[in-house]
Every structure is written in C-alpha cells, then in structure tokens.
Design a protein around this ligand. Structure first.
Ligand code: ADP
Length: 542
C-alpha cells in the first residue's frame, strides 16, 4: 500500500520561498570590491534574485543550460546561485585559483553559455577568450561605476544586467532531479571531472546540514562561510543557512586575511564560521599577535584537510570556541561526517575530548559508510582496521558529468572516496590517507596524515608533509618535509627526538628535510604529487 502524502518536489526555489516568507528581515552582509560593507536583507536579496532570473530567461537560456561563475563569496554570487538553480539552469562554479588551461577545459567541457565574474578575474578571462569561443557573453559582478574596461564580448555590469527587470518571477515547478549546480574536482591527476548536483540532493543535504550534530543551525545563528562558494557550494551553506534563516556574512576577497576575518567575526557577532585549516591559521595568528580573544564565535566547522590537534586546542583554550571537524568531498555535496560528541562523552576529561575531536567524525544521516580491504570485504569498526572508505546516499555522485560509467557508484552502488580510513566502535571515522598517498612499509600501511599532525604539534613547525620514499628493504619509508616557523631553527635530530614515543616506532620518519614552502593545490591542500616529483630519487640516510 502506498502512503497518502503529497508528492511535493524538493526544489531549491522552495528554500528561497520559505526564507522570504519567514525571515525577510534577516541580514546578509558582504565585503565586495565596490563596497567593503554591503548590507541588505533576505527580502532585498530575493527581489534581486527574481530580477536576475528574468534577465537569464531573456538571454534565451534553455532548461539545463550551464552558466559559469568565477567569483568570491558575496551577495551577488548568492543571488546567482538561486536565480540559476531555481529557474532550471545550472550554476557552474569555477575556482579562480586554478591554472588558465584548467579553467578553459572546464568552461568548454561544461559548454557554459555565459560567465559571471568578479572584476578581478576579467584579465584572466580575457587571456582565455580565444580558447573559449562558445561563451556568448560576460556579466561583471559590479555596477557601471566600477565596471573595468574590457575586451570581453557582450560584457555588461551585473547591476545594469538586472536593472530594468521585473521583480515578479514565477519559479518553475521543476522535476526535483533537475540539475542545479556543477563543480569540477581539481583533478590532481588527469582532467577535472564534473559533479552535477540536483535540486533534490541539494535540499536533502541542506536538511541534513542544519541538524544539531552537524552545523546546528537556527534562525539565531550568524554564519560566516570562509569556504568559497566555488568550492563545493561553500559546503552547502547557501542552502542550509537560508533554510534555517541565519544571518550570513560573506568575506568577499578577504578570505585569507586573518585581520579582516577577525573584525568581521567580532563586528557581525558571528556564531558559526566554516573553512579549511589554513584559513584558521591566519586568523589564530592574527588574534595572537594582537592579544585579542574571539568573543562571539561559538563553533567552527573545519574540514577539507585534517585538523591538527594544536588548532583544536588553541580555539578552545584561547577563544572558548569548539572545533567541529567535518569530512567530505566534492562528489558528496560535500558533507559526509561531522564530529560531535555522543551522549556520555561530556564526562570525559578535556584531554580525552581533544583525542576524539581530531577524528573526522560520525556519518551524518543520509550517508552510509564502510571500509573494505583490497578484495572489497568489509572490515570491522574497531578503530584499528584500515581500509578503502566507501559511501552511498542521495547526495553522493552516481556518475561524473558527460562521463557515463566513469566512476560514480562503481562498487555495487557504493562510491569509492579514494580515502583510507579506520572507523572505531563508536562510529568515529579517522582518515589515515588518500589511497594514492598511502605509504607501504614492510607490507603494512603508514598514515602520512598522522605523522604530519603529530609533527605540527612541535612549536617550531609551521607546516609538515610526509611522502613515501623508495626503500630497498621496506618498499617505502616516510620522509618528513617541514616548513619552520619564522626565526626558528629546529634541527632534524631535535625533531626526530621529539617525535620519539609519539608515533609507533616503525612509523618514525626516516629523515627530515626543511623547505621554505610546501606546494598547495587550488583548494589549499598539500600537493603530494608535486612533492613526490621534487623528491624523486631522494636518498634516505643509511
Ligand atoms: P579535491 O577532490 O578537489 O581535492 P575535495 O574538497 O573534494 O577536493 O577533497 C576531498 C578530500 O579532502 C577527501 O577525500 C579527503 O581526502 C580530504 N578531506 C576532506 N576533509 C577532510 C578532513 N576533515 N580530514 C582529512 N581529510 C579530509
């Protein structure tokens, strides 16, 4: 027997309608190049979003057509998300930090018809205009007064683009599986691959995101997504925050600026901020240098890379801020796990709590996960067995865009994350490595992430990366690569002595090298492929 409930499609336009009706007075604050303190309400935002939707329809876009954005986090970018996705078009977000040839590949592969860009990226787009001949025009996210001179064809300022449009727009009643957003994985090997989010997956992901054990979002919150709108939908905050009616603060181009972030957090009384670990290093360093405490921030969601214990401690001990680690990936919209305490854990000592907080967290409802051995056999949740981490759920990619059968749910409906992990008895998952970064020593796996996390606990270590170096007896041995804190002179011997006892004996790095800089990907992760190239043929001490 079928239930007798309405078959209402799950559409992102329904989030917008709900937020407009229930929280019209809620504020959205942005830093933009043309206005460092732009503030307006949800009501203004949705009025302009409807104008923008009308402008897109006038361009002659058809359902499913892609339009690219290449922009920082601000209110115009948010309006674009909803105007495109809500009308049945696809918002293709592009990371401006990628190489021009990667951006060219993405625009051409996605067949983007128009591009919306911040003024700052106009020269970049001009440099690839001949290689992207199918783009019909460019909307520059500013007003006429700040419009840069440009040779881009059909370039128009955003404010002119929407100025004469009606603010009435009937959001179409789409199929809930209609695509809403497109984001390419950075593709450290091979071409980038497109992940295509649907209305349904985005709404379900937003429902899951607001839950107490995940982002714990409500109308009372003020949210600062430092994670970019071009990186997996700023982890879903444009949908989750509006669904909850939270105030939003967008840092625009000030993303990596510790001082600017500190003032935004304080002045806007932000309660939740989200971002990758590198961003928070800049913020914590600034706060320390001026001896100030973060007064309003309640919690941070940190993910995208492992969060060092020292960071969790510093947030808690210096600022009374709880770090909640999250893990996920572009293919997962991105939320997979969140690290919140279970009942009874409040009795643990603070030291024991820190030990749990460094784990990547428990599966959130909607995501099933398991770890498997090389033959695909499921491994126990005992906190010891390492295996390839596989996931499935309604916001996990089933196939890459235009690459049918390429790699989504390849393993009996499960998606292989490319991560290696353990899961403990309580369900807390710990990433030990990317499959391709795992170090095999004497037939056993060594976790490069754990060595890195331990090494950054040393006060003279600013950043650490571990790669495997070929070894005649053990196949591979770990090499620790370190960037020292400025003016600190720690030596190889001192660092190795300090690591003794903190790592299993056979996990101890075989050698330590000091470098000025560790290479990063466009999303701020350590670029191990590059490091392996730099250290190819490196001879370990005998
Ligand atoms: P890309 O694939 O472009 O590098 P993603 O953001 O999709 O970008 O990266 C996802 C990967 O990042 C995960 O598979 C995992 O390896 C790593 N990652 C994400 N969050 C964490 C975390 N909290 N701890 C450790 N690694 C993480």
């Amino acid at each position: 027997m079928q239930g007798l409930m309405m078959d209402t499609p799950l559409l992102i336009s329904s989030i917008l309608r709900h937020a407009d009706r229930n929280f019209p007075e809620r504020e959205i604050v942005s830093v933009t190049i043309d206005n460092p303190d732009h503030r307006y309400t949800y009501r203004d935002c949705f009025r302009r979003t409807r104008q923008l939707a009308n402008a897109f329809v006038k361009l002659g876009l058809k359902q499913g057509d892609r339009v690219a954005t290449i922009a920082w986090n601000d209110y115009r970018h948010l309006e674009t998300y909803y105007a495109l996705g809500g009308s049945g078009f696809v918002c293709h977000t592009i990371n401006p930090r990628l190489f021009p040839d990667q951006i060219t590949f993405m625009i051409n592969h996605a067949e983007d018809r128009w591009v919306l860009t911040d003024p700052a990226f106009v020269p970049l787009l001009e440099s690839i205009v001949d290689a992207t001949p199918n783009v019909e025009g460019y909307v520059v996210l500013t007003d006429d007064a700040h419009m840069p001179a440009t040779t881009l064809p059909n370039a128009i300022s955003y404010e002119s683009f929407i100025a004469n449009e009606s603010s009435d727009f009937e959001w179409p009643n789409l199929d809930e599986n209609a695509a809403v957003g497109l984001c390419y994985t950075s593709g450290t090997t091979g071409d980038p691959k497109g992940v295509l989010y649907s209305n349904r997956s985005s709404v379900l992901h937003a429902y899951a995101g607001v839950a107490p054990d995940v982002l714990n979002l409500s109308n009372k919150d003020c949210v600062l997504p430092v994670v970019p709108l071009f990186h997996v939908n700023a982890w879903g905050t444009p949908y989750a925050a509006l669904l909850a009616g939270s105030k939003l603060v967008f840092p625009g181009p000030k993303m990596g600026d510790g001082e600017a972030l500190f003032h935004l957090l304080e002045n806007e009384t932000v309660t939740l901020a989200l971002g990758v670990p590198t961003i928070w290093m800049a913020l914590l360093q600034y706060a320390k240098s001026v001896g100030k405490k973060l007064e309003s921030l309640d919690r941070t969601i940190i993910g995208g890379a492992a969060v060092p214990e020292t960071m969790i401690r510093e947030f808690f001990e210096e600022h009374d801020v709880v770090v909640r680690q999250g893990w996920g990936m572009t293919e997962m919209s991105p939320l997979g796990t969140a690290n919140s305490p279970k009942a009874g854990m409040e009795k643990l000592s603070q030291e024991e709590k820190f030990k749990i907080q460094v784990k990547q967290g428990r599966a959130i409802f909607g995501v099933e996960m398991k770890i498997v051995d090389d033959d695909g056999n499921e491994l126990p949740w005992d906190g010891k067995a390492f295996g390839a981490l596989r996931v499935r759920g309604p916001w996990i990619c089933s196939d890459y865009y235009k690459l049918a059968g390429s790699g989504g749910a390849h393993y009996d409906g499960w998606f292989d994350t490319g991560d290696v992990a353990t899961i403990d008895e309580q369900g807390y998952m710990t990433i030990t490595d990317r499959t391709k970064d795992v170090i095999k020593s004497g037939g056993e796996w060594i976790s490069s992430i754990e060595i890195e996390n331990t090494a950054v606990g040393h006060p003279s270590v600013a950043e650490a990366a571990v790669i495997g170096i070929a070894h005649p007896k053990w196949t591979e041995r770990p090499l620790l690569i370190v960037v020292r804190v400025e003016d600190q002179q720690v030596t190889t011997e001192e660092l190795l002595a300090w690591l003794q006892g903190k790592l299993a004996k056979w996990w101890m790095p075989e050698d330590v090298v000091f470098v000025d800089e560790i290479p990063h990907t466009a999303t701020g992760k350590i670029k191990k492929t590059e490091l392996r190239k730099q250290f190819v043929g490196y001879r370990l001490p005998t």
